[in-house]
Design a protein around this ligand. Structure first.
Ligand code: NAD
Length: 495
């Protein structure tokens, strides 16, 4: 889609209506009142967002349950569900610019990235799972010949989905599309600071023909609306992307309620390991900058720990710092912007706190370290590189989720592997080397859901994204994700 700046500017000038709940096909106010939605671009109020009370959430879940039980979607012929999801993908494409601009005004991602990563990826995800609907078969088990055992895959029922603010449409679609494809009903809880594009998506879903009640959206604070959803006895499976702290709470809510299954996609502190024999150190430096600074570091798989072989450390850091200083920080609605806004003031203050702690602990700031463009009223931060970070430092251990890169040097492959794995997280990693055997040894040795080699951050709906260790469990994307949204049922027939 070729879009010019004038079109983006025009879309960005339009007023944004209040964000309301979507329950049983109706757009409703929440009993919990409203909150102001502030744009990270300039700190000004964009609109208001409804807060769903626990009673609103219960209604949304009851509506999803009723829709599931009466079969309006769950028992629709596969070809029918497939046609509807394809129509939804087409509608996302048709409204891509509008969806992307709305999302950027709400969450601050650079428009150049948002167009691809948000509506672009969402449409592709709905198409992928639409196609899976009539291609996933049950099984006949190899039992003794006097028995016929059939293994059916059935929808689980009501899926509760709670998602974060960094890529709402992309991450939301990774959950909504496979859940709907398998015949489930969904109650979605977007993040408070990135609900608007998902509410628009839900409107498009109705237009595409998803029956009322099958896809409901409840907005509001995590500790009220999200908690009510996670505690609901009507939710059979809870799928979540967000922080480890919230993930822990969700497991407790499950234990306190109906033992619903919980799938958690959590944070990361991903190592990006550069060996002296990398094929192109200049390309590696540019990629290392993009791996942490795009979307102002608000990327779950961000390469936030750079591990560099000691023999090239100083030269590599110099190259990296130069590439970083060339990155344009600014209004995310401008096509030339490479580092957009930080999602909230709280997040910005947290990022700056990490930098302060890093210097106190002995790290050295090579570039960045400060708030940027304060005169705009928006929340921006200079891309920041800190060297001399050691495993015991906070910056090595904790996820910032902001544009702050921790750099640590290593002396040999064994130390590189040790440092790469010296983390509670296990989401992603990068390895830069021309040595094929070393690349494979590192792929085997690093505990992470994805290990990139001589690149960083490839995304495709065909491959799973699955955290290990405290980065979560279960996979988003690919056909593996369908396991989360289906139950196995065996039919054992005596012949
Ligand atoms: P968060 O955990 O604060 O919030 C995520 C969602 O949970 C929001 O919708 C929020 O309202 C809700 N929530 C908060 N408290 C809740 C509670 N007590 N009960 C129920 N719901 C609650 O995370 P965030 O700040 O929005 O997102 C950033 C985090 O997400 C980072 O850690 C990042 O790494 C992670 N993330 C992971 C992936 C992945 O695929 N692994 C992808 C993107 C982001």
């Amino acid at each position: 889609m070729a879009l010019d700046q004038a079109t983006i500017d025009q879309l960005a000038a339009s007023p944004v209506g209040p964000g309301k709940l979507l329950i049983d096909g109706e757009s409703l106010d929440g009993a919990g009142g409203t909150s102001a939605v502030l744009s990270p671009i300039d700190g000004r109020q964009l609109t208001t967002l409804a807060s769903a009370s626990p009673a609103d959430v219960a209604r949304a879940c009851a509506s999803a349950r009723a829709a599931f039980e009466d079969g309006r979607w769950s028992r629709m012929a596969p070809a029918g569900r497939k046609a509807v999801l394809h129509r939804l993908a087409d509608l996302i494409d048709k409204h891509a610019a509008e969806l992307a601009v709305l999302g950027v005004r709400d969450n601050g991602t650079e428009i150049s990235m948002a167009l691809k990563a948000e509506p672009g990826s969402a449409a592709g995800t709905f198409r992928y799972y639409a196609e899976a609907i009539d291609k996933v078969y049950g099984e006949v088990a190899p039992t003794p010949s006097n028995v016929l055992a059939l293994v059916h895959r059935e929808p689980v029922g009501v899926v509760g989905a709670i998602v974060p603010w960094n890529f709402p449409l992309m991450i939301g679609s990774w959950k909504i599309a496979p859940a709907l494809a398998m015949g489930n009903s969904v109650v979605l809880k977007p993040a408070e600071t990135a609900s608007l594009s998902l509410l628009r998506l839900a409107g498009l879903a109705l237009e595409a023909g998803i029956p009322p009640g099958v896809f409901n959206v409840v907005t509001g604070p995590g500790r009220v609306t999200g908690e009510a959803l996670a505690l609901s006895p009507d939710v059979d499976v809870l799928v979540f992307t967000g922080s480890g702290a919230t993930g822990r709470r969700l497991l407790q809510y499950s234990a306190q309620s109906n033992l619903k299954r919980c799938y958690l996609e959590l944070g990361g502190k991903s190592p990006n390991v550069v060996f002296a024999d990398a094929p192109d150190l200049c390309a590696a430096a540019k990629a290392a900058a993009n791996a942490i600074f795009r979307n102002a570091g608000q990327v779950c798989v961000a390469g936030s720990r750079l591990l560099v072989e000691a023999s090239i450390h100083d030269a590599f850091v110099a190259e990296l710092a130069e590439a970083t200083r060339k990155m344009t920080v600014g209004n995310p609605l401008q096509f030339e912007t490479q580092v957009g806004a930080v999602n909230s003031l709280v997040q910005l203050e947290g990022n700056l706190g990490f930098v302060a702690d890093a210097t106190r602990e002995g790290g050295k700031i090579v570039t960045g370290g400060k708030r940027a463009l304060e005169e705009t009223g928006g929340w921006y931060m200079e891309p920041t590189i800190v060297t001399g970070v050691r495993p015991e430092h906070r910056l090595f251990r904790e996820e910032v989720f902001g544009p702050v890169l921790a750099v640590t040097s290593f002396s040999d492959e064994a130390e590189a592997l040790r440092l790469a794995n010296a983390s509670d997280f296990g989401l992603a990693a990068g390895v830069w080397t021309a040595n094929l055997s070393r690349a494979h040894r590192m792929i085997r040795g690093i505990r992470a859901g994805v290990v990139h080699v001589n690149t960083y951050g490839g995304v495709d709906v065909t491959v799973p994204l699955a955290g290990t260790k405290q980065s979560g469990n279960g996979a988003d994307k690919s056909l593996h994700a369908l396991e989360k949204y289906t139950d196995l049922k065996t039919a054992w027939i005596q012949l």
